[in-house]
Design a protein. Structure first.
Length: 118
């Protein structure tokens, strides 16, 4: 069993979910085994970015991007992203990912873009 840590971004998204969804995400993430991380699960993918290996766990409508920390006992969730968002697409395709990209997930961002049409 791994120790689980969350970045500010992933914790912020997790806190906005309803309790049932929070439990599903934490359960799926917290119950990962070394064999699953080594390719034993179809819900897990690997992405190489900046010399690091990030794992992508699919859980319902969410994608958790995390890495195994150097101690080998800790999984650190860098990003918790909703599927089919620009942020998920950008990270998955190894495009530059910034905090501004994460902001695109927020409703205010899309409302702002809609207001530009008027």
């Amino acid at each position: 069993m791994y120790q689980i840590t969350f970045s500010d971004q992933s914790m912020g998204v997790l806190n906005r979910l309803d309790k049932a969804s929070q439990l599903e995400v934490i359960e799926a993430f917290g119950s990962l085994t070394p064999s699953e991380l080594e390719g034993g699960s179809s819900a897990i993918g690997r992405i190489h970015r900046g010399g690091k290996v990030f794992y992508r766990l699919r859980q319902g409508d969410y994608r958790i991007y995390f890495e195994i920390m150097p101690d080998g006992k800790t999984l650190h969730a860098h990003y918790l992203l909703h599927q089919h968002t620009i942020a998920d697409f950008v990270f998955r395709l190894k495009l530059p990912f910034t905090e501004e990209t994460a902001l695109e997930q927020q409703d205010n961002f899309w409302k702002y873009l809609d207001s530009l049409k008027k």
